[in-house]
Write a protein that binds this ligand. Structure first.
Ligand code: AHM
Ligand code: MG
Length: 340
């Protein structure tokens, strides 16, 4: 029996590159290298449950090689591959405090911010986790070699590409280079991502809300009023919404993107001196804001700003994040700003 001819992610990337005659192929090359890293991580994530059985959870595995924790493995896989790709000049990772340089002689024209394995609390319990990435064009000149901090501290609206890989019931890659959002599913038998979700548009209106309600007491009054309102019955506008919260941003975002939903990790007063959200701007909130806008949705902080407009000040800066279907994010903003 012949298999249907699917569109591979490489084919898709080359086709979109053809639409830009000025393109040099470097962004395509960068994405291809990232995809190889993602497939490597996917294979390792799928083996994670076998680690104990195969005696691989100690310091050394059966081949006598030392075994890293999955998040460390994911970080090293992306870092090592991208540092020698020749397409980027500097990186930042959730797992690294400072900027991550690339190998000398391999400096390229883009920057990469990534969360190697998002959803750390879910890694060991067989709940889906993911990788998030954000790409900017460097600001410093190519001739200056290595990129610097300023190359990385950039607004979300200046991204040239962003996306995520979700290691779930299947492995999916979802990304955008500014012409809509495309979703691909990994066929593990051939090791290729095939286009499964072309031109994703998120529903205008949510059916789900996702928030960690354990934080209710730390939220401000406006946020509490909004969540209470979502749970009231109103047949005309479809309330109450159903609650869904996985605790892996990649997975909560992915479900809401496809089905229609609003995700909230607002500011809270757990640390009263520095009220902020939990999620990081450069490699969590920023790339998802870019994707949701490409899919017709919206991402805000709840204090009157769009996430994409924030000028970052620090690599690991945290921001409140309210993201999802536009209709619902607009109403959430009205509540949070006390307009309703
Ligand atoms: P992590 O990067 O350490 O995994 O933390 C980020 C995760 C997100 O994936 C998720 O949305 C959030 O933390 C859940 O936080 P909480 O456990 O406070 O609800
Ligand atoms: Mg994370």
């Amino acid at each position: 029996m012949n298999r249907p001819l699917g569109i591979t992610v490489s084919r898709n990337i080359i086709d979109s590159q053809r639409m830009h005659p000025e393109a040099t192929g470097e962004l395509s090359g960068l994405l291809s290298e990232l995809i190889v890293a993602a497939k490597t991580i996917s294979a390792e994530v799928n083996m994670a449950g076998l680690a104990d059985i195969l005696g691989m959870s100690g310091k050394t595995n059966i081949q006598g090689e030392s075994v890293q924790k999955l998040d460390e493995f994911a970080n090293n896989t992306i870092k090592r591959r991208m540092a020698k790709s020749g397409y980027i000049c500097v990186m930042t990772s959730e797992e690294e405090e400072g900027i991550v340089p690339v190998n000398e002689g391999y400096e390229g024209k883009y920057t990469l911010a990534f969360d190697p394995l998002d959803g750390s609390s879910n890694i060991d319990v067989n709940v889906s986790v993911g990788t998030i990435f954000s790409i900017h064009r460097r600001k410093s000149s190519l001739a200056s070699g290595q990129g610097n901090l300023e190359d990385l501290l950039r607004k979300g609206s200046e991204q040239v590409a962003a996306g995520y890989i979700i290691y779930g019931s299947s492995t999916m890659l979802v990304f955008s280079t500014g012409q809509g959002v495309q979703g691909f599913t990994l066929d593990p038998s051939v090791g290729e991502f095939f286009l499964s979700h072309p031109d994703i548009k998120t529903p205008e209106k949510s059916i789900y809300f996702s928030a960690n309600e354990g934080n209710y007491q730390y939220w401000d009054e406006n946020m509490r009023r909004y969540i209470n309102w979502l749970k009231e019955e109103n047949k005309e506008d479809g309330r109450p919404l159903s609650a869904r919260y996985i605790g892996t941003l990649v997975s909560d975002f992915h479900r809401n993107l496809i089905k229609g939903g609003i995700f909230l990790y607002p500011k809270d007063n757990k640390n009263p001196d520095k009220p902020s959200g939990k999620l990081r701007l450069l490699y969590e909130a920023g790339p998802f804001a870019y994707l949701v806008e490409q899919a017709g949705g919206r991402a805000i902080t709840g204090d009157g700003r769009n996430v994409s407009d924030i000028e970052p000040e620090e690599l690991h800066q945290r921001v409140p994040l309210i993201i999802g279907s536009k209709y619902d994010v607009d109403i959430a903003e009205d509540f949070l700003l006390g307009r309703r």
